[in-house]
Design a protein around this ligand. Structure first.
Ligand SMILES: NC(=O)c1ccc[n+]([C@@H]2O[C@H](COP(=O)([O-])OP(=O)(O)OC[C@H]3O[C@@H](n4cnc5c(N)ncnc54)[C@H](O)[C@@H]3O)[C@@H](O)[C@H]2O)c1
Length: 268
């Protein structure tokens, strides 16, 4: 059902790689809710071509941008404002990649070049997106910016290795930039801490299938799906949440505040 919660709003959605991506679902829901937006991803991801289907479905323009490059981000904002005819009301940062995870390197023996790359792609890119928007004055007052995070920012999850530290940094950027951008332009910035979700990034983590099942049994409501996450993003982009900022919001079916579930006790 559509409530037209985003009618008349203009957005930028990063990170839709294929139909499993959380950003893909967010784009579909934002379209249903009446928003117009541009889609962006790293040039290498765009060459895979899948995103064109999403652009056709949602009537969106694709603007390539490597989120680690300020020049690309500057072009992303200026072209987005050009194409859509005005300043931006919402931005989704849905970007994450760790070479250490991909290569199964344990936390105690991280490769620091890979670590730096992970920080640049998955956390600094958020600061760069915000700083570029700030410099260009590309966001409308009360615009809403959301980045996706994971509970390993607060608790130890051995398989999440360097991404745990990187997500902690991402959440800190949301708070600190949220203060500055809130003061200057009433822009709000939040992170959503999402359940494990079956996507390319999620599936790249060793032991993901087992952990997905564990979280499913631990959460009173079960794991939140990518579709559920997309609904939550729509709510965060809408005016109904206009006083929410600088928060890390758990979207996990109650996982983060459950000690242990009866189902897990019985299984063990
Ligand atoms: N899948 C999960 O279990 C889960 C749980 C919590 C949070 N998250 C977070 O959700 C976000 C989206 O991940 P996803 O699970 O949808 O996986 P995904 O692999 O579909 O999305 C990750 C995206 O990052 C993009 N990307 C990588 N390098 C980039 C760069 N230099 N510039 C621009 N884009 C780049 C990829 O092309 C891809 O589209 C990530 O931040 C991830 O950490 C995922």
């Amino acid at each position: 059902m559509s409530y037209q919660l985003l009618k008349g709003k203009r957005g930028i959605i990063t990170g839709a790689l294929d139909e499993h991506s959380i950003a893909w679902k967010v784009a579909q829901k934002c379209h249903e809710e009446g928003a117009t937006f541009t889609l962006t991803n790293a040039p290498i991801a765009l060459r895979m071509g899948e995103i064109k289907k999403l652009a056709e479905q949602t009537g969106s323009t694709i603007i390539p941008a490597d989120a680690t490059l300020v020049d690309d981000l500057t072009k992303l904002y200026t072209e987005s404002m050009d194409v859509m005819g005005g300043k931006i009301d919402f931005v989704l940062h849905s970007i994450g990649m760790s070479v250490n995870i991909r290569k199964n390197i344990p936390y105690t023996a991280l490769n620091y070049d890979f670590y730096n790359k992970g920080i640049d792609i998955s956390a600094l890119s958020f600061h760069k997106m915000l700083a570029t928007a700030h410099k260009l004055d590309a966001l409308n007052e009360h615009a809403s910016v959301v980045a996706l995070s994971y509970i390993a920012a607060q608790r130890a999850y051995p398989f999440y290795t360097d991404m745990a530290d990187i997500k902690a940094m991402l959440e800190s950027i949301a708070r600190t930039f949220g203060y500055h951008y809130g003061k200057s332009k009433k822009v709000r910035i939040n992170t959503i801490s999402q359940s494990p979700t079956k996507t390319s990034a999620g599936g790249g983590i060793k032991g993901f299938a087992e952990f997905y099942e564990f979280a499913q049994l631990q959460s009173p409501l079960g794991n939140a799906s990518a579709d559920d996450c997309a609904n939550f993003c729509v709510a965060m982009f809408s005016d109904l949440t206009k006083m929410v900022t600088m928060q890390n919001l758990y979207h996990d079916g109650g996982y983060s505040t459950t000690g242990i579930s009866q189902e897990l006790i019985e299984k063990i």
